[in-house]
Design a binder for this molecule. Sequence first.
Ligand SMILES: [Zn+2]
Ligand SMILES: [Zn+2]
Length: 256
Amino acid sequence: MILTADYHTHTPFSHGKNTVAENAFAAKEKGLKELGIADHGFAHMAFGIRRKDLAKLKEEAAVAEKEYGVRVLVGVEANLLGLNGKTDLKESDYPNFDFFLCGYHLLVKTATASDFFSMLVRNSLKMKPNDSVVKRNTKTYINAIKNNPIDAITHLSYRFPCDAIEVAKCAADYGTYIELNSKKTHLTDEELMEMTAKTSVRFLINSDAHAASRVGDKRIVEEQLARLSFPTERIDNVEGRLPAFRFQAYKLRQGL
Ligand SMILES: [Zn+2]
Ligand SMILES: [Zn+2]
């Protein structure tokens, strides 16, 4: 399987080690057509990107694109903030970004105190999640997909257990991808096969690279998929294919 693009890489604008240019050079070496910079969203208290740095980030992306001949897109890995599906990417931020990823992270400023307890505290406790936690997490993902033009959910269910099949159904309806993250295995074999059998959801493979050496890495995803005879035609950033992102379509419709 040959990766066409990697949409989930970090830089020092959030929690990454290497610059935009270094990630772009690595993408070129790996033969990628497109590279996505997706730094952590604004509400991440430790590593969130700052709005005042966006102009610099975009400038660096434009320079790197010219230098290395790889298309460099500026996106964000927004944070889930609450049960109502709120994220930390506001509509007023949309013109500054090319694509919109979203995932669950700790250390974020949640929407409400109740979200803080339910999303951060209950999911952080080292005990088996009970049904009510899983139900609430599932609803949080679903509301986020319904209420925001999210291109892909990153590391679905990682530290935030959910009913992955229900989330995949909703993602398929709204044209949101489910990411297969090659930094950490986050979906079980059973979940992956059930998602492909019971829903029409589509997937992206992303590295979640925090260093240029990992840009374009897909090793652990490939190992899991090979074990499962996974239908790789459901993945839209391999074998020369490029995904259709709903965020771009939304921006066009809204004139943003
Ligand atoms: Zn993440
Ligand atoms: Zn990430």
